[in-house]
Design a protein around this ligand. Structure first.
Ligand code: C2G
Length: 433
């Protein structure tokens, strides 16, 4: 008996999938179909899957071609499946040509031609509206928005605008965009979402105009240093029924979210001590302090909550710029300390000490893909998230979900979180000594 195996996501099941399963079955006598598990798809960066695993399995079953259906949960599973199920031939569409040649060591690998003109991506694009993102910038780095938006169904980057037209032109060329906008108004008109990536002094103005033009906004954080201006922007967003998102990655990072669940789920007992440090080299702009401080304060608020009882801060200035800051917070069960080095280098790490253990993320914690947990009982564990992107892809995916469901509040980093961070920074500055 000749045994065949094939794999796929089989999202929004279509004729191309049907044909592939039919041809795979015709290659032998017994067909095993591996349907990707949700976590596996997230792990390989496929965030746009619409159907649940149960629906995708059901659709494969309905074709009647599969003799057995399994789920694919991790990278490297294909080899162990081939051995375990004594497979003769591995079959996959020729869009994967060459990618699975290494399986030749275990069985025959056969690439079968795809059905032209149909794909899950195409169906998604027809069924689900595409949100055009317009970029307003004053710099040439794109925060990976162009690459990341290409990996998510439902968004595409359109025009770019800059007060300095030569920057817009260079940006367009660097990232292969179609067009620049001659004015901010033109950009608003031709976008559904406006991504504001400018110096802090211009963020309030652009955010306000974009919201008033009826657009959703993602703005680098914080969008103003003045809490009244911030409140005004949130109020406009609500009045206009538009989404306002802070471009802050940690609360969307899968590593951070898993760690937060571990801590809030009581795995390390009561939190006694929270330490978070952040600094970035090669950057020397006066307002960087606010961005760095916000990066570190946000996770503290997400993990420990807003209900600290006391705050104290020490800021060290060089001229007008804050070079180094330490902020202390008293929480009901323990203390939190945040170190921010602007120019001064500190080790970028986050450590949370609880009554029953410690969790730690080192090396640029906001984009790390693993964290460690040491328990007081002597056990230790490394949680590997196995994902090659920072939180930005998830921020965009969250935005697409919110637009399609017509909701404007995100639980990842809410208006309350955002305003609390600004209030803390304002207070720290006011405490200047
Ligand atoms: N397919 C096809 N014709 C199409 C679309 C898809 O023949 N028009 C085939 C693909 O080549 C693949 C199968 O249908 O063999 C499933 O496709 P997807 O659901 O897109 O899954 P994919 O992301 O290709 O996952 O471990 C997962 C596998 O590596 C493949």
């Amino acid at each position: 008996m000749k045994r065949i195996i094939t794999y796929g996501t089989f999202d929004l099941f279509h004729e191309g999938h049907y044909n592939m399963l039919k041809r795979a079955k015709a290659e032998g006598d017994y067909l095993i179909v591996g349907v990707t598990g949700d976590r596996y798809d997230v792990g390989r960066g496929k965030l746009s899957v619409k159907d649940s695993l149960a629906t995708r399995i059901e659709n494969v079953k309905k074709t009647g071609f599969a003799d057995m259906i399994i789920t694919e949960e991790y990278l490297g599973q294909k080899i162990s499946d081939i051995i375990k199920y004594d497979i003769d031939t591995f079959v996959i569409g020729d869009d994967w040509r060459g990618k699975f040649d290494h399986l030749n060591n275990y069985c025959t690998v056969k690439y079968i031609s795809r059905t032209e003109g149909i794909s899950s991506t195409k169906i998604r694009e027809e069924e689900f509206k595409i949100n055009r993102i317009g970029i307003i910038t004053d710099k040439l780095s794109d925060n990976q928005i162009v690459k990341e938006s290409g990996l998510i169904a439902g968004v595409s980057v359109g025009k770019v605008y800059s007060d300095d037209q030569s920057i817009a032109v260079k940006f367009k060329e660097k990232y292969g965009l179609q067009e620049t906008a001659d004015s901010a108004e033109e950009l608003y008109r031709d976008s559904d979402v406006v991504f504001i990536r400018t110096d802090i002094k211009d963020r309030y103005r652009f955010t306000k105009d974009a919201l008033q033009a009826g657009k959703h906004v993602i703005c680098d954080f914080p969008f103003s240093l003045d809490s009244n201006q911030q409140k005004e922007l949130w109020d406009i967003a609500k009045k206009q029924n538009r989404i306002l998102l802070d471009n802050i990655k940690a609360p969307y990072s899968q590593t951070f979210i898993q760690m937060m669940w571990a801590v809030q789920g009581g795995l390390i007992g009561d939190v006694i001590d929270f330490n978070c440090s952040v600094s970035k080299k090669d950057q020397d702009i006066p307002y960087l302090f606010y961005e760095l401080a916000a990066m570190a304060v946000a996770p503290m608020l997400k993990i420990l909550g807003h209900n600290y009882t006391n705050m104290d801060s020490r800021l060290i200035y060089e001229g007008d710029a804050i070079e180094f800051a330490t902020m202390y917070f008293d929480y009901p069960t323990g203390k939190a300390k945040i170190n921010v080095g602007n120019r001064v280098r500190v080790e970028n790490q986050m450590e949370i000490i609880g009554t029953k253990g410690t969790v730690r993320i080192g090396d640029n914690w906001w984009k790390a893909d693993y964290f460690e947990m040491d328990k007081t009982d002597g056990s230790s564990q490394v949680f590997n998230i196995n994902f090659d992107s920072n939180g930005f892809r998830f921020l965009l995916a969250n935005l697409v979900d919110m637009v399609s469901q017509n909701i404007i509040e995100t639980q990842f980093f809410s208006e309350q979180d955002s305003r609390k961070v600004t209030a803390i920074l304002e207070e720290a500055i006011a405490n200047k000594r």
